[in-house]
Design a protein around this ligand. Sequence first.
Ligand SMILES: [Zn+2]
Length: 163
Amino acid sequence: MTYTIYPPFHLLRSWEACWKCGGGAEAIAFAAASATSDDEEEQDEMPEHSPIILRDIEQAPPAFIVAADLANGRFKKRYSHTAAREYYMNHCTCGAPFGDHFLHNEPGHAFYPTDTTEAASIKIQEIDYSDELEIDCGFAGWSSLCPFEFGVMEAGKITVPLE
Ligand SMILES: [Zn+2]
């Protein structure tokens, strides 16, 4: 589903333990202030909180691709058997994929903190981009601990030079 998302946009980073190699790596996620849909039914089901965290990104705007490459270069499109489609997925340094379902919907994983200590390990930085964007994605649920309230907001903005 394609949505229009509105700034400010943020890049979130958090550690994810790897199910495959036993190590782990920093995973990323994107957030927008809000989103709208042309589809009325869809609009009724939009999250009401703000900011909203995006997941299952099937088509990403260039500004997000640049920000992802700057972050770690391991946010790549990959087929998900769980979701039965391709979307931009985080990967461990060993190459194993971190599915968005685990990162966002399983308690204790990267973007689903279960206490304030876990939430405080989420780093958030604003992306220096002020126009609305089109994106094909879904929305993450919300643990009771909002990363924007309990995470660490980093100084400065991520500059995304576009060709
Ligand atoms: Zn690994």
